[in-house]
Structure formats: structure tokens, C-alpha cells
Design a protein around this ligand. Sequence first.
Ligand code: ATP
Ligand code: NCN
Length: 199
Amino acid sequence: MRAGLPVARPGMRIGLLGGSFDPAHQGHVNITEAAMRVFHLDRVWWLVSPGNPLKEHGPAPVAERVAHARRMLTDPRVVVTGIEQDLGTRMTADTVAALKRIYPGVRFVWLMGSDNLVQFHRWDRWQDIAAMVPIGVLARPGSRTAARRSPAAQVMARARLSLAQAETLALRAPPAWVLVNLRMSRQSSTVLRHATGPR
Ligand SMILES: Nc1ncnc2c1ncn2[C@@H]1O[C@H](COP(=O)(O)OP(=O)(O)OP(=O)(O)O)[C@@H](O)[C@H]1O
Ligand SMILES: O=C(O)c1ccc[n+]([C@@H]2O[C@H](COP(=O)([O-])O)[C@@H](O)[C@H]2O)c1
């Protein structure tokens, strides 16, 4: 195990919430709590990314975003990490492959808001990601319907689970995914950045 990486035992169910977290907000906290509850997860790791490969603006330094994210959280089951910076991975397919190698037997689930499912088909090797880990999608205002109709959702239609099956998501052989409707939050980092002005 590399120094600095979180500890996990085989069999643990761990949700991975990748994001810029620039900055972290209550929407992230809400979907994390919902994911733990609905998918019966033991932990959620926030992966504060060095930078979204599809976004043009560079985010604030990872250490700054990690420190702010930690201040948002009180639940010890949620761990804020800079794993992608530590591993030197940028693409999610590489991050997930590395984590599966480093943590054999851990049941990882990739978590994302429904806005990300809308453009998931544009991610590098997205079908490989879907073949490596089950995916839990949390509804976000304005993108629920688009997510249901998205190219990725259509390609993965047969792998979609019902809400009643969501608690077993982490135990499913991928591809497997579920879209969860919950009380949605309108929070967004973009809105917060605009409210606080340029860095
Ligand atoms: N309010 C929210 N409801 C549901 N999912 C969310 C919400 N905010 C963020 N997410 C999800 O959390 C993950 C990380 O989000 P990210 O750090 O990009 O925040 P963001 O608010 O989407 O940022 P930005 O406005 O800069 O795009 C993504 O999968 C995103 O879909
Ligand atoms: O691997 C990719 O091609 C890819 C493309 C877009 C987004 N992602 C990941 O999706 C997560 C959410 O990104 P963001 O910037 O919307 O917070 C974060 O972990 C990114 O690394 C990954």
C-alpha cells in the first residue's frame, strides 16, 4: 500500500465520488449521504481531481480544495482524498483500474450526478469504466430526464437496475447502474465561484 492512500479491507463497499470540488458544497454532501444510504456503502471517498479533462478552466490547487472539502464534512465514513494526484492518474478509467489493482476485493461503486451521465459517453474509455465498476447516478436538477435518455444510458439500458435493487449495487457484476431520485439540491460550484468572485 502506498503511503497516503486510505485504508480499506476486502469486502468493503466504497463509493467513489470524483469531482473538481472547486469548491465542495452541500450538494456534494447530500448526494454522498444519499449514496451511502441507498447503496448500503461503508465509505465514500471523494476524489478531488487534478482537473476535469473536459473542462477548460483550471481549478484551484488540489490541497486548497481538499482542505475546504474536509471542512464541509462531519461523517467519518466520508474520506476526502487527492488519490488521482497521488497516483498520477487523470482519466477516470485509469484511476478506477489502479484502485481495483491496489485494493483487491474492495467493492467500488462509481458515483456521479445525473449531469455527468448526460455526457458520460464522451469520457475516455467510458465503456471500460462501466465494465469495471457498478455506477450509482444521483439525480441533479435539470438533468434527470436528459440522463435517462442519454447515449450512455441507452447503450447500458440492459444493465440498469431498479430502485428496489439499488442496495445490492456494490455487489453486482458490472456493467450495472441505477439512477436514484432524491430530494435534489440546486447547489453548484459554478454558482459558488460566481458568488465569491474570481480567485
Ligand atoms: N447539486 C448536486 N446534485 C447532484 N449531483 C451533484 C450536485 N453537485 C455536484 N454533483 C455531482 O458531484 C460530482 C462532482 O461535482 P463537481 O465537483 O464538478 O461540482 P459541480 O457543482 O458540478 O461543479 P461545476 O459547477 O464547477 O461543474 C459530479 O458527479 C456532479 O454531477
Ligand atoms: O476520464 C474522463 O474522460 C473524464 C471526463 C470528464 C469527467 N471525468 C471525471 O468525472 C468527475 C466529475 O468531474 P467534474 O469536473 O464534473 O467534477 C471527476 O472525477 C472527473 O475526473 C472524467
